[in-house]
Design a protein around this ligand. Structure first.
Ligand code: AMP
Ligand code: MG
Length: 397
């Protein structure tokens, strides 16, 4: 059996990024992966500008607090003032260019307007409240590296240098199907023996959240024939096929057999809890990942293995989750024979509480948790111990 680290390494070794690119309008770029580095053709901000509503002055003119200066001009954002006359102040607003000659802006709360004049009640420091040209971005600087996933901040950053479109990798196509004769789609009442196909919604959310194109092939019955048909279609249509269920050693588990028949299985089983049964294989040029059916196992193994794998296939540079040391507010005395990932919540005291039921069927634990406590083989925990914690935010999107 592979360790979780071995499985992740082996998956990443096999994950080749898509090479086809397209150009999209900036507004359509959210969630895409940048295919080429982007540099700025401009300086941001383009000119020294005021960080406050107030008065621009020459520091040398304010010899003492309480000095009175005539207000020689008003400079609004979007306008350009005249050079500041010595011995005068300029009324100025946030984002407006600081006029040549001024070397400080006093916030208006420190000033008193009296008729045509202003009384400066506080001594200014040189450079105070001036945002310098280029303090964010210099002309020619790289603002985004190839392989960057474009989120809200990256969209804004690209816009701040005037980029109207971006080159991105094509979307990765991910086909999913869900094995199990017991599965029913919400909207249909349950007959005895049936359960709802929750993995469809969890995995759809995860795949869509990464920015992949989802091909949802729905529920597949527990027969070798049906599994083969679904697998053949999925592997024709997608870059990566992800399934849930049917990968254990039960008599109704046909997924591994179907992959072996149409392609080859390269890895099976990972030494961890939850999530031991997991299959990686290939069918022609398509990657296959079979996740366990248990809803918590599917969720956790997706975050730990499938997410980094898909990100690398999507062309993303940064694919690994980060873990942090956080103090436990719980005890864990059942030393496990396998590495174990426990659903935990960050409490207001900054420490971690555990969900009381850590069963791999209890999906409530995933919705409740903020992340996973990563316990090594044989590791026990006392309250106050520092443990390895992987926030869900590192595993989901
Ligand atoms: P399996 O891996 O097929 O043996 O399934 C393990 C457990 O997960 C069983 O209790 C199944 O009923 C359950 N399960 C399998 N697929 C799903 C699904 N799509 N949604 C919810 N539970 C599932
Ligand atoms: Mg099953």
């Amino acid at each position: 059996m592979l360790s979780a680290d071995q499985l992740l390494d082996a998956l990443l070794e096999r994950a080749h990024g898509v090479t086809e690119t397209e150009t999209v309008a900036l507004a359509q770029a959210l969630g895409r992966v940048l295919a080429a580095p982007q540099t700025s053709a401009i300086t941001v901000p383009p000119m020294d500008n005021s960080a406050m509503d107030g008065y621009a002055v020459r520091v040398a003119d304010v010899t003492v607090a309480g000095v009175r200066l005539p207000v020689s001009q008003r400079i609004l954002a979007g306008t350009v003032g005249q050079p500041l006359r010595p011995g005068s102040a300029a009324r100025i607003f946030t984002g407006a260019p600081v006029p040549p000659g001024a070397d400080a802006v006093l916030m208006q709360e420190y000033c008193e307007a009296t008729g045509e004049d202003v009384v400066i009640n506080v001594m200014p420091h040189p450079g105070e409240n001036i945002r310098r040209a280029g303090e964010d971005i210099q002309t020619g600087a790289q603002i985004l590296a190839a392989g960057t996933r474009i989120g809200a901040a990256e969209m804004g950053l690209a816009a701040s240098v005037g980029l109207a479109e971006l080159p991105v990798f094509r979307k990765l196509k991910v086909a999913c199907f869900f094995t199990g004769d017991e599965l029913v789609t919400p909207g249909t009442p349950l007959q005895s023996g049936q359960i709802y196909n929750s993995n469809r919604y969890t995995l759809s959310g995860l795949v869509n959240g990464l920015g992949c194109e989802l091909i949802d092939l729905g529920i597949v019955p527990d027969t070798l024939e049906a599994t083969e048909v679904a697998l053949a279609r999925a592997s024709r249509e997608a870059d990566v096929v992800i399934t849930s269920g049917g990968v254990s050693v039960g008599e109704a588990d046909y997924v591994k057999a179907a992959v072996e028949k149409l392609g080859r299985v390269e890895m099976w089983k990972v030494a961890m809890k939850p999530g031991k049964p997991l299959v990686y294989g290939r069918v022609n040029d398509t990657d296959f990942i079979g996740l366990p059916g248990n809803p918590v196992s599917a969720f956790v193994t997706f975050g730990l293995f499938v997410r980094p794998f898909l990100l690398k296939r999507m062309g993303a540079a940064d694919v690994l989750y980060r873990a942090f040391a956080v103090q436990a507010d719980f005890a864990w005395t059942r030393a496990g024979a396998r590495r174990e990932f426990l659903r935990a919540q960050l409490q207001p005291n900054g420490k971690l509480a555990l969900f009381p039921n850590q069963s791999s069927g209890v999906l409530t634990s995933c919705a409740w948790s903020d992340g996973l406590v990563d316990l090594g083989v044989g590791q026990t925990v006392q309250p106050g111990d520092w443990v390895r914690f992987i926030p869900l935010s590192e595993l989901l999107a």
